[in-house]
Design a protein around this ligand. Structure first.
Ligand code: GUN
Ligand code: FE
Length: 460
């Protein structure tokens, strides 16, 4: 028997998105309808006069009870995309600030991640993580798990059960960490990888929300034969994305090149092992030579820019050359990096991406222009979708796309401490206030693929 829940639903009001980095679109009086059966956007009609809304809704068979009329101070944005997040580091955020990367990994991170050998612990922490990310408007994340196959399967289960779109990968790491937190061998690392790949194919056969992502932690953690065999898995499975850390910090680059003396840079190293593809997501990319950037651009790899982590953990203070990446047309998204840094908020990443870019502008005497708010919003949404190769589905609004969205409310009733909306504020000012001063209290509803995955509206 069909119920009202099977009927499409709609929003009428202001919608803000950017389909290209040059253009932030603010669509007012917009009617947006979503299919309840597959979560796809059925219609997107900007500038629909108030008095024509009812007729349009009737034509679409949408009852008034399934229509949300957004008020002043409220608007829809695409869900945020976190292109780089370590799921098990949810518990260690904020610890080890100022440490250098290898010391932070051995002193803070490995002892923490080792706890995920316990499936019960993993289940509890991952439930908190996924709920916490969704309430911050992160509808899509590319997650590194711990090295444990079972905990990584639990992470995938948790994303699916809670409706978060995610790439999930077991960390491959068979050297340079203590016995208690290292894959016992290449064989075991690969067997656990295959186990996670088939688990994800079993629980989400159509890939509606989940994908396995091949995840060599970084070359320091992987013996050469492990990297080579992950490259073979990548070439046999062209649908599987790949993620790793790349040119993150001086300490890391020196250690990498001393472990792989045959290579003079990380582009040559990772491409030798077949890991640099258009579907590869490279986190950090802070210290780049011109030749390396040129090669990554030619290889069409995506960059996960993690400004919070880059400025607080890993290598002192680092600011990636994002303006240079963008001027070459490279794919760039934002990553929280979770534990590497202190925040899992993409709003914080947006703000820190601005600050990092201003530091580069100052250091280059104005040659590298700082990023604009429009640009960082694009990176947080469509830019991230492009990095993950799913911009045909998400990242912005359009007929036929999947409805991943956040209802933003800047009114004081949310209890937030955002810069308040004043009577004369145009929508653009309200939007800027949200990006720079809002938080999860202003994200009152979150949708993934048309499913409501978070709500803090009283009574829901
Ligand atoms: N390099 C290898 N592992 C990690 C990690 O967990 N975080 C960061 N920031 N860099 C890494
Ligand atoms: Fe990281």
């Amino acid at each position: 028997m069909s119920t009202t829940e099977d009927l499409p639903f709609a929003f009428y009001g202001t919608i803000i998105h950017s389909n290209s980095i040059q253009s932030l679109e603010i669509l007012e009086d917009t009617l947006l309808a979503v299919s309840a059966s597959n979560g796809h956007i059925l219609t997107l009609q900007p500038n629909t006069p108030q008095d024509q809304v009812d007729r349009a809704l009737t034509a679409l068979d949408i009852p008034a009870s399934r229509t949300t009329r957004l008020r002043r101070g409220q608007f829809l944005i695409p869900g945020f995309v976190d292109t780089h997040n370590h799921a098990p580091q949810w518990m260690q955020r904020g610890l080890g600030q100022g440490m250098h990367i290898l010391d932070w990994l051995s002193g803070v991170t490995f002892p923490n991640e080792a706890r995920f050998r316990d499936p019960e612990y993993a289940r509890r922490v991952y439930a908190g993580l996924v709920a916490g990310m969704l309430r911050q408007g992160v509808t899509t994340a590319s997650y590194y798990g711990s090295l444990h196959g079972e905990a990584t399967c639990i992470l995938a289960d948790t994303c699916l059960e809670n409706g978060q779109r995610a790439f999930v990968g077991k960390c491959n790491m068979n050297r340079n960490s203590p016995d208690y937190y290292r894959d016992a061998s290449t064989e075991e690392s690969l067997a656990e990888t295959e186990r996670c790949i088939s688990h994800i194919q079993t629980i989400d056969p159509s890939g509606s929300l989940l994908k396995y992502v091949i995840t060599p932690r970084f070359a320091i953690s992987c013996e050469a034969d492990l990297l080579a065999r992950l490259g073979t898995i990548a070439s046999r499975n062209p649908d599987l994305p790949i993620q790793t850390h790349f040119n993150e910090a001086e300490q890391e680059i020196q250690a990498t090149l001393s472990l792989f003396p045959a290579f003079t840079n990380e582009v040559d190293l990772y491409s030798h092992y077949g890991l640099l593809k258009p579907r590869t997501i490279l986190a950090h990319c802070t210290i780049m030579t011109d030749a390396e950037t040129q090669s990554l651009a030619a290889l069409d790899c995506g960059i996960a820019h993690c400004p919070t982590a880059n400025m607080t953990v890993g290598g002192g203070f680092m600011a990636a050359p994002v303006r240079d990446f963008l001027s070459r047309g490279m794919k760039v998204g934002l990553g929280t990096d979770s534990g590497g840094g202190f925040s899992s908020s993409i709003l914080d990443s947006i703000r820190h991406a601005l600050i990092a870019s201003f530091s580069r502008e100052a250091a280059s005497a104005g040659r590298e222009k700082g990023l604009t708010l429009e640009e960082v919003f694009y990176l947080a949404t469509m830019g991230g979708a492009r990095v993950m190769g799913i911009d045909d589905k998400i990242g912005g609004f359009g007929v036929g796309k999947e409805f991943d969205a956040v209802v933003v409310d800047m009114n004081t009733a949310t209890g937030g401490v955002n810069a308040p909306v004043e009577e004369e504020d145009e929508i653009r000012r309200v939007f800027d206030k949200f990006l720079m001063t809002g938080d999860d209290r202003n994200m009152v509803q979150v949708f993934v693929r048309g499913q409501k995955v978070h709500s803090c509206i009283v009574g829901e």
